[in-house]
Write a protein that binds this ligand. Structure first.
Ligand SMILES: [Fe+2]
Length: 328
């Protein structure tokens, strides 16, 4: 599953963390820790490092900032040699990069992918004892582990091919129109359905950040918790059952508008004879098997990404805008 595809290709293990800018850290702490049930691994005056019950490392950092957005999205690679392979790749493609540090991660390779997404790759990280069987410590809905991210982009096929050709990502599912144009793609390194979803729309922007849940009941429990906290407006879409991935899902918006998906009950792609699943663009079962309508905000709203040189990455509409946008 995580073997290097070639000696020159970095061995990416999985999507590993995201860093969100938030404008009121106490408000975000209430939402993510008290209501959702993420665990605090480390806390400073301006930041919270959070993880699910199964995560052995922090998987979401909330950083206080004047404006909400996404600082970067990070992947873990196998060894420091994979970071060397990564810098060789960046040199070959003339992509600028720099080294940064974060809590527990002494060497973070930072760059912006050719499509504008701010990313980081690291090999070394402090691992902590998981909380999976410390049931007495589970709170809220009991988020379990980081699962995937979803990027909106006007160039789904370009991004998909770059990650597959250069970093060995494998295709799980894709949406295609009758002219052969790819509108959405789900690609993975970990053997799950996806580490990275790419969906057509104005971008690049982060559409959502997803945690895997222990069961469907825990997702419904989060709906009750948000209702009890008088925050039903945080529930944007679902719960429901996706066609793509077969996952049971719920989408919520945090106090800054960041979209989080709670996700469970998908399938594995680790079998060597797995074959990608094609969906026709006009098949309504892709988004939800149950037929529930998707709200307009779903198609239009996503989080801005911080540019490598500062400021925000410019989001481009792309040639497909104007046609119906379909995302999951
Ligand atoms: Fe998702």
């Amino acid at each position: 599953m995580t073997e290097p595809v070639s000696a020159q290709q970095p061995n990416v293990i999985r999507i590993a963390h995201g860093i969100f800018y938030v404008t009121d850290l106490e408000r975000s702490k209430y939402f993510y820790v008290d209501l959702m049930g993420l665990n605090i691994l480390h806390e400073t005056e301006g930041a919270l490092y959070l993880r699910g019950n199964e995560d052995r490392e922090w998987t979401l950092k909330l950083e206080l900032a004047p404006e909400a957005g996404v600082k970067h999205l990070a992947y873990r690679v196998g060894t420091p040699a994979d970071l060397d392979a990564m810098t060789a790749l960046l040199d070959r493609q003339s992509i600028p990069y720099r080294w940064e540090t974060e809590l527990d991660r002494p060497k973070l390779l930072r760059f912006q992918d050719p499509f504008g997404v701010p990313v980081a790759f690291y090999a070394e990280s402090v691992k902590h004892q998981w909380l999976l069987q410390d049931y007495h410590l589970h709170r809220g809905a009991g988020l379990q582990r980081i699962d995937h991210i979803n990027i909106m982009t006007p160039d789904v096929e370009g991004v998909m091919r770059w990650y597959m050709d250069n970093l060995g990502f494998r295709l799980s599912e894709f949406t295609e129109d009758d002219k052969g144009r790819i509108w959405a793609a789900w690609i993975q390194r970990r053997g799950s359905v996806h580490d990275l979803a790419l969906t057509n729309g104005t971008g690049p922007r982060l559409h959502h950040f997803a945690y895997w849940m222990p069961d469907m009941q825990s997702i419904i429990r989060l709906c009750d918790i948000l209702a009890g906290a008088r925050m039903p407006e945080s529930i944007e879409r679902g719960p429901g059952r996706h066609g793509v991935s077969n996952a049971f899902f719920l989408y919520i918006r945090d106090p800054d508008g960041h979209r989080i998906e709670l996700y469970t009950s998908d399938y594995v792609t680790a079998d060597p004879d797995f074959e990608p699943i094609r969906w026709a663009l006009d098949d309504p079962r892709r988004q939800t098997l149950w037929g529930a309508k998707t709200p307009k905000s779903w198609f239009e709203e996503a989080a801005p990404l911080e540019a490598f040189k500062g400021g925000w990455v410019e989001a481009k509409a792309g040639e497909l805008v104007g046609l119906p946008v379909h995302v999951i």
